[in-house]
Design a binder for this molecule. Structure first.
Ligand code: FAD
Length: 432
């Protein structure tokens, strides 16, 4: 396919692969990036929050030219029940000032732009090409086998940035087949609405944006969240839940999304909108304990393929970009040393350990297992909170003490006080 030998091959042109490719190409390395999609972003899905600071670690001032949709000034959490919702939010007008805090993006546009940057830095991007396997010399990775005719390509180092569905990683024995308890399945629609309608409905001025994370009824009590994010002239609306919960409940993520869209409070926000895109994707939720082998002779693993997602803070793209950057920097050092051995590449893991990535992954190391086995947080508690507020706020001639007693009886009916205390203590323990 390509005769020459490269310094580095990157498998996948998502944020992690592009960050790695960009970093290495900028330092003068000869880099080739393979992407199976028609173009970068064509197969990629995210709710849409892109964080400024980590992206600027790669491209300073990127937001002045990148296709970002809106800068986010308000982040809400909604606890949903059948007919009601408890809303909590944080608005910060400092986030309305340059250089902003974070942005909404549409991946089909953003990844394309980011790929252009990698190409301008000197990387060769080959799209519509699937990497089928790694090529070895004894135990050392020396290249890849693509699905093209004469599709072998050689390099000193391969960076595996294939995303959550990490088939090459599995083939190479870096991790076992990912079990459904370690994956969430999410669907998302991009719903177009006039700019002015979005601004009026979400109380925004100009390019200001808002995010809403929804729990409770939004996932029918399964471990997961839903989201509504404002773009320039559209809304990103989606929902995701643990794959194992979906299978057990015999649920389909699309049914969840349709239910969410028809919730009276949500429906008002979407009214008159037209669905422009429908997307589905997996999210790695295995956490710290499910991180695969991250390096071998001639190989490093980055982003979702390395299970680097912090679902509790809705962070993935930033972990992807920074892990890609750190792998890129390790490859640059390896080239300088003329040594691409496992020993040399182990400094990638050291860099990850020193960064926020592993510190955060470690902090929440037991959270996924805890919440996956304690569904009360997604089912009973959101419902009880909504019902309690309903009882308190209805003025119906009943004395408040009687209402209080009724609420406590309802609570006791669902979970003992001891059970609640235990849940709260354990939740604090895994999240602290
Ligand atoms: C519904 C949803 C909402 C999310 N919301 C957010 C959010 O708001 N903010 C946030 O920061 N993160 C969010 N995330 C997480 C974020 O999208 C990921 O963490 C991030 O995209 C990971 O980047 P990546 O480059 O590792 O993988 P990906 O973006 O998945 O890129 C992998 C690329 O590799 C390509 N590829 C795969 N296999 C091959 C192969 N064999 N050969 C060639 N190419 C291949 C794929 O086509 C793809 O382009 C969300 C995820 C989902 C699914």
């Amino acid at each position: 396919m390509v005769e020459e030998k490269f310094d580095a091959i990157v498998i996948g042109a998502g944020p992690s692969g592009l960050a790695a490719g960009y970093t290495m190409a900028k330092a003068g390395m000869n880099v080739i990036i393979f992407e199976r999609g028609d173009y970068p972003g064509s197969k990629n899905v995210m709710g849409g929050v892109l964080y400024r600071d980590p992206t600027e670690e790669l491209i300073s001032g990127f937001w002045e030219e990148a296709p970002v949709e809106r800068y986010i000034i308000q982040q809400d959490i909604w606890v949903l029940d059948d007919d009601s919702v408890i809303t909590m939010g944080y608005q910060d007008n400092k986030f309305a000032k340059k250089p902003y805090n974070n942005f909404t993006v549409l991946r089909a546009k953003f990844d394309r732009w980011f790929a252009k940057k990698a190409e301008e830095a000197g990387a060769l991007l080959i799209t519509e090409t699937v990497v089928e396997d790694l090529i070895y010399d004894d135990k050392r990775v020396v290249g890849v086998q693509t699905g093209r005719k004469d599709g072998e390509v050689k390099a000193d180092v391969v960076i595996l940035a294939e995303g959550v569905n990490s088939l090459i990683g599995e083939q190479a024995g870096l991790h076992p087949k990912i079990p459904p308890e370690h994956l969430a399945v999410a669907v998302k629609e991009v719903i177009s609405l006039p700019r002015e309608t979005i601004e009026a409905r979400f109380n925004l001025n100009g390019d200001e944006g808002k995010t809403i994370e929804l729990v409770g009824k939004a996932t029918e009590g399964m471990m997961g969240t839903a989201f509504i994010y404002t773009n320039e002239k559209s809304l990103s609306v989606g929902v995701g839940a643990l794959l194992s919960d979906m299978v057990d409940a015999n649920m389909n993520p699309n049914d969840l999304l349709e239910e969410l869209k028809s919730h009276p409070t949500v429906a008002k926000l979407l009214q008159g909108g037209e669905t422009k895109e429908y997307l589905a994707h997996l999210i790695p939720e295995g956490g710290y304990h499910a991180i695969p082998e991250l390096y071998r002779d001639g190989l490093m693993v980055v982003g979702d393929a390395a299970m680097l997602v912090n679902g509790y803070h809705r962070e993935g793209s930033n972990l992807a970009m920074i892990s890609g950057k750190l792998a890129g920097e390790t490859a640059i050092e390896a080239k300088e040393a003329g040594d691409f051995s496992m020993d040399m590449l182990s400094s990638y893991k050291e860099k990850l350990d020193d960064s926020f990535i592993m510190k955060d992954m470690y902090k929440y190391k037991d959270a996924s297992a805890f919440f996956a086995t304690n569904p009360h947080f997604f089912e009973i508690y959101p419902k009880l909170a909504n019902e309690a507020l309903h009882e308190l706020l209805v003025v119906d001639g009943k004395p408040k003490r009687q209402k209080q007693r009724k609420i406590l009886e309802k609570v006791k009916d669902k979970r003992s006080y001891f059970g609640i205390a235990k849940d709260l203590f354990n939740a604090w323990r895994v999240m602290r």
